[in-house]
Design a protein around this ligand. Sequence first.
Ligand code: MN
Ligand code: MN
Length: 268
Amino acid sequence: MPTILGIPLDVNSSYLRGPARAPQKIREALHHDASNNWSELGVDVGATGAFNDAGDLRLNDSWEKISDDFVEIERAVGELLKKGEQPVSLGGDHSITYPVLRAFAKRYAELTIVHFDAHPDLYDEFEGSRVSHACPFARIMEERLAKRLVQIGVRTLNRHQREQAEKFGVQIVQMRELPVYDQLKIHGPVYISFDLDVLDPAFAPGISHREPGGMTVREAIAHLHAIEANIVGADIVEYNPEQDVAGMTATVAAKILREVLGKIIAQK
Ligand code: MN
Ligand code: MN
């Protein structure tokens, strides 16, 4: 069964704080009376027992104790995996995906990550930090926590990150190459990492790094629906309530969450 886990951490954000407050806001939007809880694929995500909610982790969210927080994230995700659940974490900035994947790697040797993002997040280090939200996929690939990494929606590729992608064998599908539905039929277990800034800021202004020219909500949902694989977990990261306009990005995050949960529930 999919299980939501809130990860309130934004100390690894390079520019703005805010995503630590995201998990509760996304939950509120998911349960809001303005919408029913059926996914577009015909799953009643709101049915009793359709998914679990493990609540929010208690973290320090400080530079001094970042290794403690990463250990705690890995432990909590590992516990859900041990119970046979599919963890769907709500970030938090994107740095959380690294400790989450450390837990997944212990259970799945042949994992493919499908990563939605305006940014490749492949920096070796960023502004002196190797655990910045600009770095998680460099750490993940260095430690071989996934067999394959497919990035979709990238539109900020620079020379350093292109070299990193080549070094690690990352498959980058840039925004201008969409759609790529045919490349989403994947053999083996899949983890979805969804950075909300993959969306055009016109649809999702509540993020820290607005990068125009992104996906419509419809394009993102169409690519999520096109994933043919066994989805074993997911994260939705980088929602920044401080930057949001009338809560519209929380509504979008909840919509993406509902579609991800619906896909996981439907595959059983
Ligand atoms: Mn990211
Ligand atoms: Mn991003």
